[in-house]
Design a protein. Structure first.
Ligand code: NAP
Length: 325
């Protein structure tokens, strides 16, 4: 049985697949395959490990309906047409839980970096600009005892809440569709409506999955409801916020700052005015970019494929209904 791996992954995961008798074929180039090449590569494979966010749409599932399992190396699955996968009878797994701490680190880093205008000062140093001391100029704001509002308090949001509470004694409020009782116990998180989350938070951090319900949730109406001193953090997906509205909200002082690991589009245009704002910090989608997390993600994806090959359910399957057919 054969597995196609759409981009290079750590050797440890490849070895595990081979040890279990799978024939492995890999796209070793550093580029994403265009869809027609991905489809062509899958024709003589039983399984696919999809590395990155290439779209798996209804056309893909029509042409690759023979696949017996697809393991994503991401937690997010907004790039996959799950209904089409289920219709084709293909189980899809993700890497839930393998990168919660690593991604929460990036949200935490952005929160502090924005509050202390770190990227703005770092740019000044890099560009060798001379600064004369001014007691009142370019000051940051502190996080101690402030309120952190989490939109989507799941795996990553909970890790961020733990760090924010331990480091700064921050009060945690959150909004989900269902209450997160574990978080309420662990970090004394309080459930609030979305409107209250916007109105009460000093920092709002987005950790929801991208879906039709959450797309552009942070738009001009939402930014208007936030405190003028608030910081907006997004490490989930670029389309959770409306980028034009975010620019206007910052320019008009409706909110104070923003930290983004995800933008719309990616990569961000070099002309984007956000890049010149002193209270904005932007990273190029590096939430899971550590040796440890990438190894865990690849090993988890390989394990899901090994289970599928053995006739077992994939442990991290996201379209469970496929097994009920
Ligand atoms: P998770 O454990 O599934 O948490 C997502 C949370 O969002 C859940 O608590 C869920 O609660 C809530 N939610 C979902 N839909 C909602 C809605 N319509 N309204 C309100 N709340 C909603 O996922 P995670 O592991 O924390 O990951 C979250 C997201 O982070 C992923 O989907 C991915 O897009 C992104 N991510 C980014 C990076 C990066 O590199 N920057 C890395 C990993 C993940 P309810 O179901 O109760 O609503």
């Amino acid at each position: 049985m054969k597995v196609f791996i759409a981009r290079n992954i750590p050797e440890k995961a490849i070895e595990q697949l081979k040890e279990k008798g799978l024939e492995v074929s890999i796209n070793r180039s550093r580029k994403h395959l265009p869809q027609e090449q991905l489809i062509a590569q899958c024709q003589d494979s039983n399984f696919l490990i999809l590395v990155g966010n290439a779209k798996l749409d209804s056309l893909f599932f029509e042409k690759c309906a023979h696949l017996e399992g697809i393991a994503l190396t991401t937690v997010g699955f907004d790039h996959v047409d799950l209904a089409a996968a289920t219709k084709a009878g293909i189980p899809i797994s993700n890497t839930a839980g393998s990168l919660r701490k690593t991604t929460a680190d990036i949200a935490f880093l952005l929160m502090i970096a924005v509050s202390r205008k770190a990227f703005f000062y770092a740019k000044e140093v890099r560009e060798k600009q001379k600064r004369s001391f001014d007691f009142m100029q370019d000051l940051g704001i502190e996080l101690e005892k402030k309120t952190l509002g989490i939109y989507g308090l799941g795996d990553i949001g909970l890790e961020l809440a733990k760090m924010a509470k331990a480091a700064y004694g921050m009060k945690i409020i959150y909004h989900n569709r269902t209450k997160n009782e574990e978080a309420e116990k662990l970090v004394d998180a309080k459930y609030v409506s979305f409107a209250d989350l916007l109105a009460q938070s000093d920092v709002v951090s987005a950790h929801v999955n991208l879906s039709p319900e959450t797309k552009y949730k942070f738009n001009k109406d939402a930014f208007k409801k936030m405190k003028n001193s608030a910081i907006f953090i997004n490490t989930a997906r670029g389309k959770i916020h409306q980028e034009e509205d975010l620019i206007v909200a910052l320019q008009q002082g409706e909110i104070w700052g923003a930290g983004l690991d995800v933008t719309d589009p990616e990569p961000i245009s070099s002309e984007n005015p956000l890049l010149e704002m002193p209270t904005v910090c932007i990273l190029p989608h590096i939430g899971s970019a550590t040796v440890e997390a990438r190894t865990k993600m690849a090993v988890m994806a390989a394990n899901n494929i090994i289970c599928a090959k053995t006739g077992l359910e994939m442990p991290q399957v996201i379209n469970k209904e496929v097994y009920m057919k």
